[in-house]
Design a protein around this ligand. Structure first.
Ligand SMILES: [Zn+2]
Ligand SMILES: [Zn+2]
Length: 291
């Protein structure tokens, strides 16, 4: 990883955190209203769906198929979550599945940094300064690498990251008036604070969901299901289910396992925008249960 990549990723971790500090100070001075909170929630849902349904279930695991236009839209929405280019994200994540919790996993809390707090931090955000974006596209993301449109979206990541901050700023100005205060409120709440939450929830799947929580299936890795992260992660925290059946479009596998990303995919299928949706039959699930 080059020094420039490392510094860019460090900025990606630190700047939203500073935004949260600014937000706390502003909240103290009551510089937030329901309009700003609504912009933040809308941006959160849009970009978290981009990363969970788009980057993860569609583009990494091909849990369903869709039109090229829908694929590209999801690639753009996922990029707005400011987690690196779509090609890097997919390649890193496929490598995580290829080497889960063994040597070669880009972000295991159990490899190379002990099993304690240092391992936790490595899996959460430390890996961004070490292994992020180092997986070979030709080996781990060949399908995207050979798609010129995807490569273009990947190359546009810096501009899309800026757009991710610009959109809520403009929305806030439109609703609050084009003043410095209107712009700042949108930038901080809908931009930086929202990016902070999307980041840390996504990273929690890498850290918390490989350490704490429950296991159901007889598989080799250390992945876990973490129920309390399910609403925020849109269902990605049924991560043990996901490692047992990586291609499944649905990570929640029992009726009570809330899986909002799965509901989005089911809705897309009903609208005719998704097909060949991968479902794992209950009898197939039972074959992997811990005896
Ligand atoms: Zn995992
Ligand atoms: Zn996965």
């Amino acid at each position: 990883m080059s020094a420039m990549e490392r510094n860019a990723n460090l900025a990606g971790v630190v700047v939203p955190f500073l935004g949260v500090i600014a937000a706390i100070v502003l909240l103290w001075n009551s510089m937030v209203d329901w309009t700003s909170i609504a912009i933040m929630v809308a941006m959160y849902l849009l970009t978290a769906v981009g990363v969970t349904v788009g980057f993860h279930r569609l583009l990494t695991h091909r849990a369903f198929q869709s039109y090229p236009l829908v694929e590209r839209t999801f690639a753009v929405l996922g990029s707005l979550s400011v987690q690196g280019s779509v090609l890097d994200w997919v390649a890193d994540h496929r490598k995580h599945h290829a080497y889960t919790d063994t040597e070669g996993d880009p972000h295991s809390p159990h490899v190379g940094h002990g099993h304690g707090l240092r391992g936790f931090w490595h899996a959460h955000a430390g890996w961004l300064m070490e292994t992020q974006g180092q997986a070979d596209w030709r080996r781990y993301a060949r399908d995207l690498y050979e798609d010129p449109a995807m490569r273009r979206i990947g190359r546009m990541f810096p501009q899309l990251a800026l757009l991710s901050l610009l959109l809520p700023t403009v929305a806030s100005c439109a609703l609050h008036g084009f003043t410095a205060r209107g712009a700042l409120e949108g930038l901080i709440w809908g931009g930086l604070v929202r990016v902070f939450f999307v980041h840390h929830i996504t990273w929690s799947v890498n850290s918390i969901c490989h350490i704490f929580g429950r296991r159901r299936f007889a598989i080799e890795d250390r992945s876990t299901n973490v129920w309390w992260l399910a609403p925020f992660s849109l269902g990605e925290s049924w991560h043990h289910n996901h490692h047992a059946f990586p291609r499944s479009a649905f990570h929640g596998m029992r009726w009570w396992e809330l899986d909002i990303a799965g509901l989005v995919i089911a809705t897309l299928a009903r609208l005719g925008l998704a097909w060949n949706v991968v479902r794992i039959a209950p009898e197939v699930q039972r074959t992997k249960l811990i005896a």
